[in-house]
Design a binder for this molecule. Structure first.
Ligand SMILES: NC(=O)c1ccc[n+]([C@@H]2O[C@H](COP(=O)([O-])OP(=O)(O)OC[C@H]3O[C@@H](n4cnc5c(N)ncnc54)[C@H](OP(=O)(O)O)[C@@H]3O)[C@@H](O)[C@H]2O)c1
Length: 310
């Protein structure tokens, strides 16, 4: 993708930050956000990115004053996950911001909304979720999060159709890599380093479809190309199914740090995707999960990587 004018939200985050920096190499990139972390706005500007103050919670009529409206592509990744209790607030913030953003960028060639796989109705641990599977938006760990995403997907669908704005809704699995905090696998490594227990299911293990950040970046232009005014829906994960317990065991192998796995009724539930549709749109991933984990540990925790496996 070259010579385009791209608007990105959530670029201080794990996902959109690396996307923004990669696209900025050959495109004009604008990032909208609060940039609350000190230095985060300057870090984007250092890559030739233009920044613009924007708050999901403050979407009044002047929120877009002074912002150009001739963007060709929009990557909307910012999310208001909510406090876990106020559903109305979560729905209002995410839908209103998304609606205003789409209305402002109505002439774009493609709009990509980053959603989540956490909205699917839970089936067996090893079920491979497809785009047609039932959703229920139940997540005990943060109930407002999937509900806000389901609501925002509805707003996205409505505006894609009303504005005739080609759109893709990408339900993301677990993104990880050396950007930001590293993603869920690095949260497990931090627990291991702190000697904290990791709850695992009483039987079997949790499964997911880890997506390494380099593959995620490479797939963005292909997802833009798949946008449609009926809002193309796709599960966005990696090619491989990864067992969370297997992933923790591999972290042990890489670092020599032992994990305390504790069988438990309640665990951090994850989902594995059927990658067929995404594969047909983007082609295969290039980085295997073991290689991605090794690279991430090498970058973020170099002192922990055992020489024999580096
Ligand atoms: N990471 C994953 O594995 C994963 C999995 C499934 C789905 N997703 C989805 O992918 C997207 C990106 O996730 P992420 O992991 O990169 O998230 P993240 O690291 O937590 O970043 C969240 C982003 O949202 C922005 N944001 C939050 N509240 C805001 C507000 N009121 N106004 C403006 N911006 C606000 C944050 O900007 P500030 O600097 O201003 O706080 C930040 O840039 C999200 O939509 C998430 O639901 C992620």
């Amino acid at each position: 993708m070259q010579g385009k004018k791209v608007l990105i939200t959530g670029a201080t985050g794990l996902v959109a930050g690396p996307v923004a920096k990669a696209l900025a190499e050959h495109n004009e990139v604008w990032c909208l956000g609060r940039f609350s972390a000190p230095g985060s706005e300057a870090a984007l500007r250092d890559h030739g990115i233009t920044t613009f103050q924007w708050d999901l919670d403050n979407q009044g009529p002047t929120a877009y004053a002074g912002l150009p409206d001739d963007f060709t592509h929009v990557f909307h990744s910012a999310v208001r996950r909510g406090d876990g209790t106020d559903f109305t607030e979560s729905i209002a913030a995410n839908t209103t911001a998304t609606g205003r953003l789409m209305a402002h960028c109505r002439t774009a060639e493609a709009f990509l909304f980053v959603s989540t796989g956490a909205l699917y109705k839970r089936q067996t641990l090893d079920h491979r979720y497809r785009e047609t599977d039932p959703i229920d938006g139940v997540a005990d760990w943060l109930p407002t999060y999937p509900v806000g995403k389901i609501a925002a997907e509805g707003a996205v669908r409505a505006l894609a159709s009303v504005l005739e704005l080609p759109t893709v809704i990408a339900r993301l699995n677990i993104a990880y890599g050396p950007s930001g905090y590293g993603g869920v696998p690095m949260l497990y490594l931090k627990r291991m380093l702190a000697g904290e227990p990791i709850p695992v299911p009483l039987e079997g293990q949790n499964w997911c479809s880890l997506l390494y950040i380099d593959d995620l970046i490479a797939q963005v232009p292909k997802l833009f190309a798949a946008a449609s005014t009926s809002a193309t829906l796709v599960n966005w994960g990696g090619d491989e199914s990864v067992g969370i317990t297997d992933c923790v065991r591999y972290l042990e192998e890489l670092t020599g740090v032992q994990a305390e796995l504790v069988p438990s009724e309640i665990t951090r539930e994850t989902y594995q995707f059927d990658p067929a549709l995404r594969h047909s749109l983007t082609g295969p991933c290039a980085v295997t999960w073991r290689e991605g984990i090794r690279r991430t540990v090498a970058e973020l925790f170099p002192e922990q990587l055992r020489e024999s496996v580096s």
